[in-house]
Design a protein around this ligand. Structure first.
Ligand code: TXA
Ligand code: MG
Length: 327
């Protein structure tokens, strides 16, 4: 058995015993548990200190495994063939659940299930070897920044960090797009690594993006989900004396503490978002973080969504209509 096989073997043994494993994906590192084992899933909420009513995404190795767990509509088959196989891109589908042994804690009692095939060799090795779906939210404590490196996982979970599968820095750097296909009109539940325009073109259909609907469909989606410890100000062209300044676009290196993308490239900015917020989120150095405007095009919509949640001052407030920043 080579080194990687051995590590995967160890991870499977732990999962089988109901333990958690940290798994790299192309979006962020996930805190994985056997989705059929309710006690294992409970450990996720406990370790993350996450509210119990927040349903989790389950991860599977391929479409064959996915269709054992959920009913695929024609639209779902179509997008799964493209984004889970031919041209992998981070996409979670919310579908009607089949009666399998899935822990109800995973779906927080809903009749639907959120499911995705990650595009990362280590995650896929693990899923194939384990053969059962894995529930996996981001591997961080609730209300903190999602980890895109192994170091960030340790930073957030500290001495309670479970067995970690190393997978390098996450390529996409922000969570999967969540698309609800249980209704006639598809609904975007969370903007993420796959731009909504790309999905609409693929489906040949407009996707409903009404934020109000999300609070009902996904009660766990909270505005403060992606919150740094320091207060965040958005759309800033200047920063205060004791504030960190997170730049975007071409500007003198000395002007910003860090720059999401000096080229002004929103995909590069997305890949840097969580790690840069994490680096600046240091109360011993700064009193707050000021962020420059990021355009709303492509992945910029997801970046702004994350930033608005992070900037929201009320804890645990369900999603309402959040004003867009000035163009
Ligand atoms: O990129 C990702 O998707 C990462 C990596 C680790 O794969 N995973 C991730 O999982 O973000 P998680 O469990 O944190 O995502 C949970 C989101 C929540 O906003 C939740 O409300 C929504 O998925 N969700 C889960 N099940 C749902 C359902 N049945 N209906 C509606 N929303 C659901
Ligand atoms: Mg998370």
């Amino acid at each position: 058995m080579n080194f990687q096989d051995n590590v995967i073997h160890q991870a499977c043994a732990l999962l089988e015993q109901g333990e958690l494993v940290v798994m790299p994906t192309e979006t962020v590192y996930g805190l994985a548990a056997d989705a059929l084992n309710g006690q294992a899933v409970a450990k996720i909420y406990e370790l993350k200190q996450r509210p119990q009513f927040n349903p989790l995404i389950i991860h599977v190795s391929d479409y064959e495994q996915a269709q054992q767990t959920a009913y695929f509509t024609d639209a779902a088959k179509k997008v799964a063939a493209v984004f889970w196989h031919d041209h992998p891109s981070p996409l979670t589908l919310v579908l009607n659940k089949k009666q399998t042994g899935l822990s109800s804690l995973v779906t927080a009692g809903l009749e639907t299930v959120a499911i995705r095939v990650p595009n990362h060799p280590v995650a896929l090795d693990l899923l194939r070897a384990y053969g059962k779906p894995l529930a996996a939210p981001s591997a961080n404590r609730s209300m903190r920044i999602s980890p895109t490196t192994r170091e960030a996982v340790y930073q957030s979970l500290g001495s309670r960090t479970p067995f970690v599968l190393e997978g390098g820095a996450c390529q996409v750097g922000l969570e999967s797009t969540i698309l609800d296909l249980t209704t006639d009109v598809p609904v975007l539940l969370r903007p993420g690594g796959t731009p909504v325009e790309v999905l609409e073109e693929m489906l040949g259909q407009t996707i409903q993006q009404e934020i109000g609907a999300m609070a009902i469909k996904a009660p766990g989606m909270m505005r403060r989900h992606y919150a740094p410890q320091l207060p965040l100000r958005l759309n800033c062209l200047e920063h205060g004396l004791e504030e960190a300044f997170l730049g975007f676009g071409p500007l003198e290196a000395s002007k910003a503490h860090l720059n999401l993308s000096s080229k002004g490239d929103v995909s590069e900015a997305a890949a840097n978002l969580f790690s840069m917020l994490n680096q600046l989120d240091n109360p011993s150095l700064f009193k707050g973080i000021a962020v420059m405007p990021v355009p709303l095009t492509g992945l910029g919509a997801a970046i702004n969504d994350r930033l608005r949640r992070a900037a929201c001052s009320e804890l645990d407030q369900p999603l309402g209509v959040v004003p867009h920043p000035p163009a």
